[in-house]
Design a protein. Sequence first.
Length: 375
Amino acid sequence: MFHFSNALIIDGSAAAPYRGDVLVEGDHIEAILPPCSEPVSGAIDCSSLMLTPGFVDLHGHSELEVLRLPSMRPKIGQGITTEVAGNCGIGVFPAHKGSPSLKALTNDVLGSYPEVGWEDFSSYLKTWHTAGSGTNMAFLQAHSTLRSFVLEGNPNRSATSAEVEAMCQLLRTSLEQGCLGLSSGLYYAPCLFADRKELLALLEVVRQFDRLFCVHVRCEGDGILSSLEEVLSLARLSGVRLQISHLKVIGRENQHLVTEMLHLIEDARTEGIDVHFDQYPYEYGSTSLFSLLPPSYLRLERSDLQEHLKSKCERDSIKRMMEEGDGWDSLAELCGWDAIRILSLDSNPHYIGKTLTEIASERGQGPYDAFFDLL
């Protein structure tokens, strides 16, 4: 029995905080009592602390991290006791063993993909249960893995009708096995190459199971309004419940759009669309360095792309496209190279923690060439 004494209790009901004692036995709250006036032997003094239910992290990417570190101490240390993983269309199942396209995608965001292939959610869950987890976890079916599994070899293209149906069947299996819904990252390859017909077909399956559609919208900069209208239209036509991931607008010159963004969502809710959004309370985002490239170059296999980057002519062309950022989020121009910081780079670990501006200065290069060289 744990006895938490004289805590400021925030119980999650939206009631005002209040002082009290909480008794916990195993995984059950046995009692919430008025604060004891006298010290209790063995009690944990919480007089200077708040006591809350565990936090739910709606937007996590710990599918592989939980296998590497089952304790999940970085999450538990923040008070997070439940995570929803598989967001932004990025996930680990279904997967062919050794799939190069999936490895490239997961390595950028989730870390090194193990030499296994989870062909469905159930097989991944067996591995997860064997490893154990310090947090509760729920999972979304990632759109990118459906595309990588069905469009094996080159998922960065439009899908045929037969391929869309194959993806729908895989999605049905995942939902039957317990996935909360579908996630997509319309900003990221290969999801950005899905046409409206493909998206609506997948969302019809989601609707049939009354599950959730979580989406990283196509543009979060200059095109944020049209990107919101796109996903709201998909929800309107399909009838799914919609969760907009990490709602924000990028670029100081775009901050005036926030009010209109919220009006779009409020109007959709008034119309009857079941739409919500989540946010993080800081100014940084986290993504792959490759995602800064123009979408047309993301069609290429990673090895082919790196060959293109050896050419000065190709570099000049990419630089022009990134400077113009026509119809897509060019983060380098929206944020500036001095706001892009390296957090993980196995090939050059001494650059970790430095901005692209700082790295370029060290190398005696312009930021674009430093960026291309790192890729």
